[in-house]
Design a binder for this molecule. Structure first.
Ligand code: GLN
Length: 196
């Protein structure tokens, strides 16, 4: 996996976009902070980082990015959303704040802050055959859960209790957890390998 160098946009309105850019750069591709619609025309794929989906939603609509990202998703641009980024890719957001919108594209319903206050953040090892035989150490931070998946959605990883935490549908990839902060770059390499 890996292939030739790619330009990967990272939506940089809010959240931990710098960490994703560093991972992409470390893999020999180029991570580009994307804040304006026209910048989306220069990338082979897009990462939507973790952060706060309510804020990301408001800023993306304010700066004209919401419609631009939706158009690129409809065009088939590969997009990888982590945590808040997964929420932004979900067609349905549960426990959203009033008026909260997502870009959509992934035929899933995602519940925000699904682990509640007592278990805000945790780490666990996940079996994810799509990225390799060894378990992947996954960090969850006020993470969402994928509650329902549509017929075209492939589940890539679930917790021991069956709750789904990584999905793929066509060119769209989403994880509840944050591979950009663990040093294990397999998920990013997996995404890079899907770029045209
Ligand atoms: N680490 C994260 O991205 C947290 C997501 C956040 N709880 C939200 O609803 O957007």
């Amino acid at each position: 996996m890996g292939g030739s160098p790619r330009s990967v946009g990272v939506l940089a309105l809010q959240g931990d976009f710098r960490e994703h850019i560093a991972v992409v750069d470390g893999l020999g591709s180029t991570g580009i902070a994307v804040r304006k619609p026209e910048e989306l025309d220069r990338v082979d794929g897009l990462i939507i980082p973790g952060g706060e989906s309510t804020v990301m939603d408001k800023l993306s609509r304010l700066y004209g990015m919401a419609d631009a990202v939706k158009a690129k998703i409809a065009d088939g641009l590969p997009v990888y959303g982590t945590c808040a980024g997964l929420i932004m890719l979900a067609d349905t957001v549960l426990d959203a704040i009033t008026g909260q919108q997502s870009f959509g594209g992934l035929d899933v319903s995602v519940r925000r802050n699904a682990f509640g206050n007592q278990l805000d953040s945790f780490e666990t090892d996940l079996a994810i055959p799509a990225v390799g035989a060894d378990p992947l150490h996954a960090v969850f931070i006020r993470a969402p859960i994928v509650e329902t998946v549509g017929p075209k959605v492939e589940t890539l990883a679930a917790l021991d209790d069956g709750r789904v935490v990584a999905v793929r549908q066509g060119a769209l990839l989403g994880t509840s957890f944050h591979p950009e902060i663990t040093g294990d770059t397999r998920f990013h390499r997996f995404f890079l390998s899907t770029l045209g």
